[in-house]
Design a protein around this ligand. Sequence first.
Ligand code: PLP
Length: 396
Amino acid sequence: MNLSNRISNLEESATLAMAAKARELKSQGVDVISLSLGEPDFKTPQYIQDGAKEAIDSGKYFAYPPVAGYQDLRVAIADKLNKENNIPYKAENIVVSNGAKQSIANVMYSLINPGDEVIIFSPYWVSYSAIVELTEGTSVFISGDISTDFKATAKQLEEAITPKTKALIFSSPCNPTGSVFTKAELEAIAEVVKKHDIIAIADEIYEHINYTDEHVSLASLPGMFERTVTVNGFAKGFAMTGWRVGYIGAPEWIAKGCTKMQGQITSANCSIAQRAALTALTGDATPTKEMAKEYLERRELVKGLLDEIPGVKTNVPQGAFYFFPDMSSYFGKSSGNRKIENASDLCIYILEEAHVSLVTGEAFGDANCVRLSYAASREDLVEALKRIKTALSKLS
Ligand SMILES: Cc1ncc(COP(=O)(O)O)c(C=O)c1O
């Protein structure tokens, strides 16, 4: 008896694996500071919690919701995407899912045949390539590095396209690098997408955590509505990771494919979480803005502390809540008989020596880097960076 090749070959999520390791150490009484998960440290704002309570108390939301989501929520999402993102979606273009992760899986399963190629802008969020693999598609990576603010270009995209290319996927603001594509960069990407008639999947889940003046949605650019799937959700901007509400805006034929897929796998997502999401969208978004402001202050704090550590090179993230510093100057160094060969070794060393959990950049497509989430209290960030600095100073 054995598992399918599909599951046996599937990599475990590196971010969840690191979080599990940190939890294990914590359960042994070790004071671990966890900077490995992409999870806001804020509570879900009160007005959203109240919306969920009202939904429960009304007694109205006990039955299976429609597979693509409640109609009023889909209308509210379409409305938001019209007003804030300048994309003319209607409710028929929206599918609500069990987190943006399921949204992306629905899209890939709806579009990708075995052997189709999906171009992934690297560094990338860990699950993109795993999901492509599950669909038996092939991931093709185009990479930026620290010298290009980790952004791959339209030229690289054009060079990577083959007759088998079906789609591309990127996140902006980006997990893990915090990079944000400018309008001009997206326009250049859009030209290539149109020329080669492929589908672009624009993951905009960090939209609300953007320190630049503008968030540009690819689907809003001329000729891109019919070729773009916009992915978004409530986890990051509204501190609702556990509620599991994500969504897509997409051409109707793709939205229908995703609804068909979801109808056979999970049905709609939880009724109460959907009511909470509707409250989030229709209520006063001040808490979302306040959280983004706090993330920006923490970015400044962490940038200052990272700059004090010799040999650490970093970009200045323009969004999301991660740093992705290049730590390669420590590779080849040792502490006692322990040698650091790569970013994974370094993360294990920092976890065991400094009791701070980070994630190796290998999981995100750049083996020189580590990912540090600053969705943690200022106090924890200061202490964690102090411990990391001390641990690194022991390497020679
Ligand atoms: C870039 C990116 N896309 C999608 C997701 C998935 O979000 P959700 O929690 O809504 O499934 C994450 C979560 O970390 C993410 O970082």
